[in-house]
Structure formats: C-alpha cells, structure tokens
Design a protein around this ligand. Structure first.
Ligand code: NAP
Ligand code: MG
Length: 479
C-alpha cells in the first residue's frame, strides 16, 4: 500500500534525561560500586550503548539484604502506617513530576514507543504508588492482618521495567516490608532513576535497595537465607526454577509468569472496536506482554470480514523510532528476544500456517519485527500453544460459544482473556467459564491498581494489585 501522505517525524527530545556513563548499585540509600564486573545496557532501537551498569555479586546481594533487614528492624516495620503512607505519596508525586524523564528513559532503554511509556507506563506507575499509599494506614480493613513479612526479594522482567517495579515495591512498602529488587539485565536504567527518586523522597536508607545484574544476581536474591518473601515476574521456566530453589524453606513466594491469552470475537461484536482491541491486544508494547491477546478466536461467520479489516488496520501501524510520538510499534527489546520470535515464526511457517505482514520499512540498525498475523492456525500448532512474546498474532476460528470456551481453555496458561460481543449475558456466561485470572469484555489490556491481576496453572500464583495484592506481603495472607 503506498502512503497517501508522509508523516513528519516528531521525536521527543532526550535532553531531559541525564544519562551517566556508569551506574553503581543502590544499597542502604546510596549508590555504591559493586564487587562484581559490569555490563552494558543498550538502546534496542539503535544498538547505542547507553551506560555501563554494575553487576551485583553474591557479596553485594548480601550487603543489600543486610541493609534491608536493618531498615526493617529499626525503622520501617515500626513506623505507623500513616507515616509510611507519606513516603509513598511523596514517591508517587515525584514520579508524576519527573514523568517525562522517566518515560524518555524507559523508551530509550526498553524500545517501547514514547506514547506508551508516557501515557500508560508512567501514569499507571504513579497510580500504583498512590493506591497503595492509601492502604498503608488501613491494613486492618484488608483482612490479612497488619504484620509484614520482613525482607522481600523481588526479580522483574524487561517488558514493563518501571511498571513491574511499582507492582512489586508499592504493596511491599505499604505493608511495612523492605525490599531488594533486581531489574532485568537489558532494562536497568529506570529502576536506578527510581532509586534517585527514593533519595529525593528521603526514604529511610535500606528500605529500597536496587541491585542490577543478570540471572545469577536474581538467583542470589531468591536463595538468600535472610529473604522472607520472593516475588518474581518472568518466564515460566525461571519461575519453576525459583519454586524449586525455595522449596522446603519458610519463604513465601508469588510468581507472575507467562500467558497465551485468547481474544474471542463473536459474530455480533462491534467489529471496528473489536479490530482496535485485537490490535491493542497483540501489538501494544511490541507484543512483549504476558497477558497479550496472542490467540485470536474469531467466529467463523465473520472471520473473512474481520481479517480483511484487521489487515487494513495493521497496514496503518507505524513501526520505528520509539521516541517518535507517532510511533505505534517500537523496537524488540533485545537481539535474543528477536531470535526467539524469529524461531517460532519459522515454526509457524513450517507448520503450514499462512503468514502476513503489511509492507513496512524497518530501520537498518536495532532489533525489529513487523506486525504479523498467522491464519489457518490449528490448536496443535506450536504458534497456538507457545508464548511468542512479540508482535505476532495467531488466528483460529470457532462456530459455537462452547467451542470458543473449549479452545480458549486449551492451554497450559491462564493469565487473561478477552470477549467481544454485544450480549451482556454472553459476556457473563463465557467469562465465567474461562480459566483465566483476568477477563476483559469489549476492551483489552486495561490495567488499574485497584484490580487484582494474576494467573492460573502455568501462569503462576498470587495476585498483584487491589486489596488482594496486599495478601502477598502480610503474615495473614495466603502462604
Ligand atoms: P526471565 O528470563 O524469566 O527473566 C525474568 C527475570 O528473572 C530477569 O530479571 C532475569 O534476569 C531473572 N532471572 C533469570 N534467571 C534467573 C534465575 N535462575 N533466578 C532468578 N532470577 C533469574 O523472563 P524474560 O524472558 O526476561 O521475560 C519474559 C517473560 O516474563 C515472559 O514469559 C512473560 O510472559 C513473563 N511476564 C509475566 C508477567 C506477569 O505478570 N505474569 C509480566 C511480565 C512478563 P535477566 O533478564 O537480567 O537475565
Ligand atoms: Mg536496554
């Protein structure tokens, strides 16, 4: 399709971000040199090296846990909830004040479009701190008691670096725990900027500790003997390894793992809205979303029309510079992730599904994958069963509501699902039968701090967000 007119690029300035050539670890309220080596974090859109970041060794992790323990014993667990709330409110307000800086840095380090980091990630991050600030002095009404667990070791992935940090840190602090958090190796920078925000908010030293590094640093955190609670978001494979590592200890664990969500479109659905929801479901954040609507189940009678409209819409998606305010789909987060996507897409070709992408020019440098849809997919195909974690949609059809439910539930995962229909009764009926932690109706990928999020089966256990999110950080919550 030839462009009717050319857009002028509208890049957001990166001058607001003060990138340092190198970063240390944030332990006991200060940035310190690590005892290990260091690694580079790059912009996946250009492969430009952004900074050199310390890799925390076992000794560093131990120092961070000790700092967290001291802060827990001496200050944080003794502080009245109403006082803890003031710090959380302060952090929330600073996040809003420094929102542009956080958004630009997130887009640089992660590759996500600025319109998403600016309009989704950062506002939801601030909302999360505001929300849990509100709980800090009302814990007795939540139903899990008021006694915190102690030191929480938290390990998060690269797809929503700041948002996953907020999901972990805000409820932990509200309940009176202290934390040691490791961001993903490819996206450490906004967590380090958050550390600066903790300093700016005068958070007592040791309440939040940020240790950067890769898998071994994560392992050192989760297996540290003085960590009381492990919270992990990431792949099912690593989640299972962590569950094994903590088995037989007193540690409490929550795991937020992968997904393969069905987005179900019935023949009475408002079709243009459904197309928008499908696009949002799979191309938001390049499809690097655990709850992405990566399996489209469309009722057979409208499949041709829906697919035609979907392809027309996909052809308008702008792929490119994450800092350009026009960009809809940014860079794939890492070369490794790009290889994983390519591998599974090759499998889809080999399995006989039909692949389509709109014509689009991809930048020469950096890591890119075009928005892609596979039709003629059957349930046995790997692209229908495995998480691709990229901008790739697999389309299946169904004839009856019960067939839709059966196909939707035919997965080892159970994180989320979407239902598109005009009938309220059908929404309630189908949603009640879907084995998924979150079901969206006539919308998709809506996140709100008041609403619990989490999975069934291989998608993990525990809930984040809402009153239920407090359970993971209080003695009276579930084990
Ligand atoms: P990953 O490899 O499991 O990594 C997640 C985090 O764990 C990273 O910080 C990683 O470090 C660290 N890690 C790696 N090996 C470890 C080990 N043996 N012990 C402790 N920590 C270890 O996952 P990913 O590929 O980065 O992230 C994508 C996955 O996360 C997808 O499957 C997605 O569905 C899932 N996810 C789930 C949710 C949810 O809420 N359910 C949200 C977002 C993402 P390095 O990256 O630095 O090596
Ligand atoms: Mg990076």
């Amino acid at each position: 399709m030839s462009n009717v007119f050319e857009y002028a690029p509208a890049p957001e300035s990166r001058s607001i971000v003060d990138l340092k050539p190198s970063y240390g670890l944030f332990v006991n309220g200060e940035f310190v040199d690590g005892h290990g080596s260091s690694f580079k974090t790059i912009s996946p859109a250009t492969e430009e090296v952004l900074a050199e970041v310390a890799e925390a060794s076992d000794v560093d992790v131990d120092a961070a846990v000790k700092a967290a323990r001291r802060a827990y014993n001496r200050v944080w667990s003794r502080m009245p909830g109403s006082e803890r709330a003031k710090y959380l409110y302060r952090i929330a307000r600073i996040i809003q004040e420094r929102g542009r800086e956080l958004a630009v840095l997130e887009s640089l380090d992660n590759g996500k479009p600025i319109k998403e980091s600016r309009d989704v990630d950062v506002p939801v991050v601030a909302a999360h701190f505001f929300y849990y600030a509100g709980w800090a002095d009302k814990l007795e009404h939540a139903g899990y008691g008021t006694t915190p667990l102690g030191v929480a070791g938290q390990v998060i992935p690269w797809n929503f670096p700041l948002l996953m940090l907020a999901w972990k840190i805000a409820p932990a602090l509200a309940c009176g725990n202290t934390v040691v958090l490791k961001p993903a190796e490819t996206t450490p920078l906004t967590a380090l900027l958050f550390a600066e925000i903790c300093q700016q908010a005068d958070l007592p030293p040791g309440v939040v500790n940020i240790v950067t590094g890769a898998g071994p640093t994560g392992q050192a955190i989760v297996s540290h003997a003085d960590v009381d609670k492990v919270a992990f978001t990431g792949s099912t494979a690593v989640g299972k390894a962590i569950a094994r590592a903590v088995a037989g200890t007193q540690k409490r664990v929550t795991l937020e793992l992968g997904g393969k969500a069905a987005n179900i479109v019935f023949d009475d659905a408002p079709i243009d809205q459904a197309v928008e929801g499908i696009v949002n479901g799979i191309f938001f954040n390049q499809g690097h979303v655990c709850c992405a609507g990566s399996r489209l189940l469309v009722q057979e009678s409208i499949a041709d029309e829906l697919l035609a409209r979907l392809k027309r819409r996909m052809a308008t998606l702008r792929v490119g510079d994450p800092l350009d305010k026009n960009t809809d789909v940014g860079a794939i987060n890492s070369h490794r992730q790009l290889e994983r996507i390519r591998e599974l897409v090759d499998v889809g070709d080999a399995e006989g599904a039909e692949r389509w992408s709109p014509p689009c020019e991809l930048p020469e440098r950096g890591f890119w994958f075009p928005p892609t849809v596979f039709t003629g997919v059957s349930q046995a195909h790997r692209i229908a069963r495995e998480e691709i974690f990229g901008p790739v949609l697999s389309v299946l059809t169904f004839r009856t509501p019960s067939e839709a439910v059966e196909k939707a539930n035919n997965t080892p995962f159970g994180l989320s699902a979407g239902v598109w229909t005009e009938k309220g009764s059908r929404i309630l009926d189908v949603a009640g039968k879907l084995r998924a932690g979150v079901v969206w109706a006539n919308t998709f990928n809506k996140f709100d701090p008041t609403s619990p999020f989490g999975g069934y089966q291989e998608s993990g256990y525990g809930r984040e967000g809402g009153r239920q999110g407090l359970a993971a950080y209080l003695q009276g919550g579930e084990a």
